[in-house]
Design a protein around this ligand. Sequence first.
Ligand code: SF4
Length: 273
Amino acid sequence: MRVGEKTHHLLSDYLRALKKWKQDEEAIQSHKDRVIDEMKKEFEASKSRDYTSYDRDNKFWLSEHYYGENVDEKFEQAMKKVLHNLDVFLESEWNEKVQHYFKTAKSVYVENPREKDFEGMKLNLYSIPELKNVNVMAAPDFGVVISDNKYLIIDRKTGQEKMDTDTVSEQLKIYALKLLLKSHVDIQKVDIEAYEIYLPSLHQIGGKIEKADIDHIIKKLEEDVEFQKQYLVDGDIVKNQPLSLDNFPRTKSAKKCATCSFRKVCEDLKAFE
Ligand code: SF4
C-alpha cells in the first residue's frame, strides 16, 4: 500500500521545510494533509482503473486493485501508519539531532524523493580502474557534513527489520564510498558514521564505517561486474546472454506468493516453461 514511499515523501517534506525554517504544528499538519490528499486521490484513481486491458499512459497503481481485492479498510490503516511514522520521528531524539545539525553542521543534505536527481545519484568511480565504466547510483535520505572530517549518513526504513544483525549494510557502505569519492578523502583520515533507522520502531543498525567496509564494497562491486561480464559475447552488451531458467527458481514459500504483485504473470508463465 506504498506506506514506505509515502512515509519517505512526508519525512522528506518535513525535513526540507525544517532546513529552511522552524516547523510549528500548523506547518507539520499541512505536510500531513498534502500526503494524505495525494494518497486518497491515488487510491481512488487506482480503484476506478480498468485493469482488464493494458493502458500504457495509465499504468496500474495498487496490485490489490489489479487483483480485485477490497482494501478500503487497509487503506485507512495505511494512512494512519504513514502519519504515525512521522509522529514517531518527531518525538524521537533524531528530530532533536537533525535540528541541531541544521544549526551547527557545515552542510546538510536532505534527499527530495519527489524530484529524483539521477545525475546526482551517480557514483564517480573513475578512480577505480575495474569500475570506471560502471554506473552505480545511490543517494541516502539524509547526510551531514558535521566538520571537515566528520560525516553522518542516515537512511530511513519502513520495511521488515533486520533485527538479527548489527553489521553495516552494503547499502550504507555504498553511500560511504560515494561520499569518499566525491570528497576525494581517504577513509582512514575521516570519521563516517552511517545508520539505517526503522520506523516506527526507531530500531537502528549501523555504526562507524571502517576501511574494511570500503574495501569490502569495492571488492563486491568488482566481483559483481566480473560475474556479469561472463555473459557478454565478444564484450558486446547487445549480445548479452540471458541466464537459463534454472537460475531463477520459484520460491517454495506460499506465504510470499500470496502477496506477491507478480503472482498472476508468474502463474501464466508456467505454461511456457
Ligand atoms: S508468485 Fe512471486 S514470490 Fe511466488 S514464485 Fe512467483 S514471483 Fe516468486
